[in-house]
Design a protein around this ligand. Structure first.
Ligand SMILES: Nc1nc2c(c(=O)[nH]1)N[C@H]1C(S)=C(S)[C@@H](COP(=O)(O)OP(=O)(O)OC[C@H]3O[C@@H](n4cnc5c(=O)[nH]c(N)nc54)[C@H](O)[C@@H]3O)O[C@H]1N2
Ligand SMILES: Nc1nc2c(c(=O)[nH]1)N[C@H]1C(S)=C(S)[C@@H](COP(=O)(O)OP(=O)(O)OC[C@H]3O[C@@H](n4cnc5c(=O)[nH]c(N)nc54)[C@H](O)[C@@H]3O)O[C@H]1N2
Ligand SMILES: [Mo]
Length: 691
């Protein structure tokens, strides 16, 4: 009889839910993977993608040994190498560059959230590149505009106990495809609905969430700040504000009231947002009168020029009506800041040489083209990321990767679009093959992921590779020869004042499974103010912005590529294009899982009949979507899922799985958001032509 073991694991992917999983192992092979029914938040159900995780682990295309390039750049022709040979080559190249006139800053680490684990996401990798003196990477591709926007108003990310959302009676999904991107919160919203809550979705696209909501408001892309200010106009005009909350816990009340009343009347907001005045009035009245009201805003919202300001502005709304007072009221962007993990001890920023430059990851195209200040990028080390598919201005990103004088290392589980450009391609472990420690950005539980099986082939984890590479570079063993368990203990060893982790130890996590942060039930952090801003109040008026010469009050900033303010550009490219991921994919992860890709079908462009007809585009027909940056093919879906003037191309496909070898990011731009240096993927004018 084979012996069956059940191992507790954690979904490592970039998603707020961070699900608990149970892996059944028989004779060293994982034979079953399911949601952990004992996980208090994710409660035993997994998404369509991760329920197929074993297809990913045992995929025939898993990279199983190191390889060196033998063909032209990008052709994906490699020969097998030993780990020793591959690492010697990397170390020699890094030493040569570091010792040259360009110095170590000519080396660029490039990673994002392939795994969200504390160890394999950001620990020895950071230590290694800090010790080397490599360029720093500003990891802005997803969330920094919203983080910066929240920080201005609240001093931290908007959060409350997600479990408490069951108490809410008015729930706004604002630029959040919650039923897809945060499905366990959606399940709780559904419970709230059974108790009488109304669910509203504000989104230019009739997303799966919009479809299942009580009311869909198809706002024009990039205009959410105007809507929020229009709501404030009505809240003040009609007296639905919480004057006591404003007086006690906010600064700049009169200034914000005057701005909203004088500058954002509903008629003007209607022209900006393309929403009828009656709908703006109805939304504001409901938001101001049904309690508790909560806003789930998410990162899709902030991928526009004014993304930071939009999030700052929406983050003012709960204070205006005093929604933070009640469990389930307020606004939720991310719970990540509630976890006081000791990142500094893991990453060792003290090792960074003074004056080291920082490269914004959104501008990889510019960095590889040598257009940023400082030495040229001569070597790039990519891990936990697939920039050839997910970065904006793809044509220029790929041009950069094709540079003959660029030395590219890619550490991956799969032969991704980026892996095709590697000089050295290293095989990475999957989540079932290594240990890790996890927080979450959508709930309040800490978890450990135990390895269920041995690494496949010669795959190695991220921390392992940096241990080996540090040894090859002759770096201090005391910095790098530390085990994953020791790293986890370091991450949990926080000063006693950081109460939320005070009773969370590695031993307890291993014994008990998911452990909740030490926070009160129905945690409502701002029920009585306590905003971690410089003033200690909710900053409706921001003295910090004023000191930088910026508008201290919330305001509407039009998109860069906006038909209302850029008529000359719109004459050529009249359609505002959004490109959020298909539900079957996680950004570009899972695109190579055949069952999921088949389910997703070919790339599509959703357009309104009023836009399709004059272009002679019929449903199902192949089209070309293009602007000055690039062009790609998609099949037309004609219908009412978007309003006239807006098109939606769900992504993010691998280039090698499309008919023309490129994806939506052929058209997106590297322009940055107003705050946080974030990506503006959805601030993108295009034209669509029938083929
Ligand atoms: N299945 C699945 N789950 C995921 C992911 C995935 O790829 N697949 N990605 C994960 C990651 S990395 C992230 S960051 C989160 C993101 O989570 P979300 O922010 O929920 O995801 P998005 O689909 O990017 O954007 C949400 C919605 O914003 C809308 N939107 C775009 N522009 C605007 C605008 O100007 N105003 C308004 N009001 N809405 C707008 C889009 O149409 C989209 O429906 O999801 C995570 N979860
Ligand atoms: N047009 C458009 N572009 C977008 C988006 C969009 O909505 N529209 N979404 C944006 C967003 S929100 C984000 S967050 C970014 C995401 O961009 P990325 O973080 O690059 O995300 P993924 O495409 O999921 O690629 C992650 C890669 O990490 C690898 N990986 C996983 N685990 C490990 C590991 O343990 N070790 C190593 N070495 N590798 C591992 C996976 O195999 C995968 O190929 O994309 C952005 N790009
Ligand atoms: Mo993201």
């Amino acid at each position: 009889m084979a012996e069956l073991q059940v191992i507790r694991a954690v979904c490592p992917h970039d998603c707020p839910d961070t699900c608990g999983m149970l892996v059944t192992v028989e004779n060293g092979r994982a034979i079953k993977l399911r949601g952990d029914p004992d996980h208090p938040f994710t409660r035993g159900f997994l998404c369509q993608k991760v329920s197929r995780y074993l297809e990913r682990v045992y995929h025939p295309e898993r990279l199983l040994y190191p390889q060196l390039r033998v063909g032209p750049k990008g052709a994906g022709e490699f020969r097998r190498a030993s780990w020793d040979e591959a690492l010697d080559l990397i170390a020699a190249k890094f030493r040569e560059i570091a010792g040259s006139a360009d110095g170590p800053q000519a080396i660029l680490p490039y990673s994002y959230a392939g795994t969200m684990g504390k160890l394999h996401g950001s620990s020895l990798d950071r230590r290694f590149f800090h010790r080397l003196g490599a360029s720093l990477l500003d990891r802005t591709i997803c969330a920094t505009a919203g983080a910066a926007g929240c920080d201005i108003t609240l001093g931290t990310r908007a959060a409350f106990d997600p479990d408490a959302i069951v108490h809410a009676r008015y729930i706004i999904n604002w630029g959040s495809n919650t039923s897809v991107t945060n499905m366990h919160l959606w399940a709780l919203m559904h419970q709230a609905r059974k108790r009488g809550a109304t669910i509203v979705t504000i989104d230019p696209h009739r997303s799966k969430t919009a479809e299942k909501s009580d009311w869909w408001l198809p706002i024009r892309p990039g205009t959410d700040a105007a809507l929020a200010l229009g709501m404030m106009h009505i809240l003040w005009r009609d007296g639905w504000i919480d004057q006591d909350y404003l007086d006690r816990y906010c600064v700049g009340v009169d200034q914000l009231r005057d701005r909203a009343l004088n500058e954002y009347p509903p008629e003007k907001v209607s022209r900006i947002t393309n929403l009828p005045v009656a709908d703006i009035e109805k939304l504001a009245r409901a938001y101001g009168t049904i309690k508790p009201a909560c806003i789930r805003f998410n990162y899709g919202l902030q991928r526009h020029r004014g993304g930071g300001m939009a999030v700052r502005t929406i983050a003012c709304l709960p204070a205006v009506i005093g929604a933070w007072r009640l469990p389930g009221g307020g606004a939720l962007l991310s719970t990540s800041k509630l976890y006081p993990f000791n990142a500094a001890v893991l990453e060792r920023p003290d090792l960074i040489p003074r004056g080291t430059r920082t490269i914004n990851m959104v501008q990889l195209a510019e960095a590889l083209a040598g257009e940023l200040p400082g030495p040229p990028v001569r070597a790039i080390y990519v891990y936990n990321a697939n920039p050839a598919a997910v970065n904006p201005d793809q044509r220029r990103v790929l041009e950069g990767f094709r540079r003959e004088d660029l030395f590219t290392v890619v550490h991956e589980q799969f032969p991704t679009d980026t892996a095709m450009y590697a000089d050295v391609l290293l095989p990475a472990t999957s989540q079932l093959e290594h240990f890790d420690l996890h927080g979450s950005y959508g709930h309040l539980y800490v978890q450990t992921n135990e390895p269920a099986i041995e690494p496949l082939g010669e795959a190695r984890s991220n921390t392992d590779v940096f241990r080996l590479l540090a040894a090859k570079m002759g770096f201090e063993p005391e910095l790098f020869q530390v085990s994953d368990e020791e790293l986890a203990r370091e991450a949990l060893a926080v000063p006693a004042s950081n109460g939320a982790l005070k009773n969370v130890t590695l031993d307890r996590l291993r014994r008990e499974g998911p452990v909740r942060l030490e926070l009160p039930k129905d945690y409502a952090p701002f029920a009585a103010g306590n905003f971690p801003t410089p003033s200690g109040k909710c900053e409706l008026y921001s003295a910090r912005l004023a000191a930088q010469g910026l508008d201290p009050l919330p305001a509407y900033t039009p998109p860069y590529e906006d038909p209302q303010t850029r008529p000359e550009l719109a004459a050529k490219y009249p359609l505002q294009m959004l490109s959020p991921p298909k539900p079957a994919f996680l950004n570009s992860t899972f695109v190579n899982i055949d069952s999921l890709r088949l389910d997703a079908g070919a790339p599509t462009v959703e357009m309104h009949p009023a836009d399709a007809a004059p272009r002679g585009i019929r449903p199902g027909q192949w089209t070309r979507v293009f602007n000055d940056r690039g062009s790609y093919r998609a099949r037309a879906v004609v219908g009412e899922s978007v309003r006239p003037g807006v098109v939606v191309c769900l992504g993010v496909y691998w280039n090698r799985y499309t008919s023309d070898g490129v994806n939506v990011n052929a058209t997106t731009s590297t322009a940055l958001t107003d705050f946080g240096g974030g990506a503006t993927f959805f601030d993108n004018l295009v034209e669509v032509a029938a083929e």
